[in-house]
Write a protein that binds this ligand. Sequence first.
Ligand code: SF4
Length: 338
Amino acid sequence: MIGGGASICVQSMTKTKTSDVSATVKQIKSLEKAGCQLVRLAVEDMTSAQAIKQIKKETNIPLVADIHFHYQFAIEAMKNGIDKIRLNPGNIYKREQVAEIVKVAKKRKTPIRVGVNSGSVPKGNNSLVDAMVKCAQDYIKVLEGMDFYDIVISLKSSDVLENVEAYRKMARGCDYPFHLGLTATGPFDSGIIKSSLGIGILLAEGIGDTVRVSLTSDPVNEVYVAKEILQSLGLRRFKPELISCPTCGRSEVDLLKIVNTIEKKIAGMNFNCNGNRLPRIAVMGCFVNGPGEAKSSDLGVAFGKNLGLVFKKGKVIKRLPESLAVDFLIKEIEKYGR
Ligand code: SF4
């Protein structure tokens, strides 16, 4: 489900040739394992569209065909069992071609994402944001004119503010679900920041029903970043929340090493993803500001010289030497997973 009160769905896209079935299936499975709920595939030729049949047989999560220019690929993808298609209104716009796609989509109940990209909209005299919004609105009118309403919308740009403005404008007076993302964000680190802003601002305003983070990286990282964005905004919970201080001259321990150890241990734990069972854990570097934060978390530890105070629900439950305090805290975190 996308929209209509469903929880915000995490999606990604394969980076393999879709016609290479085994490589594509392998990547879809690794995305699914990371928590991805919907995977898009580039369908750039008939062979890719036909490969969907076998890919569907070997995978379990819904798949989306990404179509540009060739309406026949959309039809072939649907015939081969794709769950949703993405059309670029900037390059598939001939009415009779859209009608052919809609005819099959209706019959098979396949949703269509109207996926506007800033790089392929007819601009005319409009600003780029207005051109993107108009392009989506016009396309939706065409689909509605064909009695088709199973629609998701995206308006992607590589510029954070342009992206935010386009979605905001579109969201006024529009009730269709939104797929959020930026077209291209750049290298890994800046990509994470741009995505967090471009997607996070909109989510914080209540706009967005599914999220795709685009990174020049392993697509599994896109899933992790999308989940971090959703969890940071309190929209979904996937894992315990680990907070730690930046450390300063007051700290007497190697907090970075301690936090890395705890983070790795948490990553290896199996948590029941019921939000109530996922603790907030504070790891703090000193006794000056540490106890306050540790007390206000489900679990926490604050370190002094060779000493760790372990907190649970606001109370000190152990005073232990540093390394024992870390082990004790890890055991307490594990109890939450049971
Ligand atoms: Fe510094 Fe202590 Fe604050 Fe950490 S908790 S940043 S060590 S004052």
